[in-house]
Design a protein around this ligand. Sequence first.
Ligand SMILES: Cc1ncc(C[n+]2csc(CCOP(=O)(O)OP(=O)(O)O)c2C)c(N)n1
Ligand SMILES: [Mg+2]
Length: 355
Amino acid sequence: MINTAGSATAAGSELSRDELTELYYHLRLTREVEQVLTNLYRQNKVIGGLYRSLGQEAVAVGTAYALRRRDDGTGDVIAPAIRNLGSLLMMGARPVDVLRQYMAKGDSPTWGREQNVHFTDYDRGFIGLISHLGIMIEVMAGVAITFKLREEERVALTWTGDGAASTGAFHEGFNLAAVQRAPMVVIIENNRYAYSTPVSKQTAAASFVARAPGYGVYGDSCDGNDVFAVLEMTRKAVEHARSGRGAALLEVHTYRRKGHAEHDSQQYVPPGELEEWEARDPVDRFMRRVIDEGWLTQADLDTIDDQVTKEVDAARETAEASPMPEAEEALAEVYGGSAARRPWTRLATPDPREA
Ligand SMILES: Cc1ncc(C[n+]2csc(CCOP(=O)(O)OP(=O)(O)O)c2C)c(N)n1
Ligand SMILES: [Mg+2]
């Protein structure tokens, strides 16, 4: 079934003032952390690439907000893709840890052994991604099947780009979850490009969600720059999965306003396209909507902006002051080692090998 009623314009009216405030805080936080990261990248302080989600924040935030978020390992589980920094923050990752991770600091979640969003926190419900496109669909199919077998009412949610949707791993993983009626939600983040490949060269189909009936699953799509539509669509799909009705395939229509990563100058983008999508900026749209509807005031938004600026600046200062890893520890736990140090998890979280 494809739910064509997905992006209802009334979406948002059911949210409380606290929920609206939380959504705006996270939209701003995501943008601010990435802006600070851009500055650090230009100062050569970021190790590795910087893959921004500018213009896609409503997807990262709105989808994760639909989940059961816990910090004791009992909630829903996500596997972020590179544009899902906002989802990690929504699940409870701390900005200071994110900044340390990008700078490969010795006290970052992976002690400098991994980069950007490649880190795990089983308590807060996120699994660091494996870079090979599509692979996390397979991993998350396994997570979802586990929830089903254990009769836990939990959902496994992950995202894939328009490019990653063309991989064999996507099909194998998704089909497994579909046929097992596992509680998995996959969001295809159609941001029009896979590196320099436009979506018109990625698929001959009219849409990605058109695949849903082929897999025999629930499908839906919406305007990915409207956080209210994203949240409403994801909530329905999550409810579908949680109630035992099986997997869901969602598509969001959005746009990658930065290059693939900071080093990409986007010369392949036709003139005028960036400006066109800037006018549909998800944060500006949120602000206009809540003010026009009288849900929040400009003063409310200014207060959150100030709070976010202060918080992220404090996090940046702490992260910059963090030490780099000790050279002699560089290989510790990379090829095995003592059970006390687990580079892919926080120290306090359970070791999956013992679970
Ligand atoms: C199997 C595989 N092939 C190629 C790459 C290199 N690569 C990393 S991201 C990327 C583009 C991904 O595009 P898309 O899936 O649309 O996600 P987006 O970057 O737009 O969020 C490529 C080609 C990879 N990581 N894995
Ligand atoms: Mg893409």
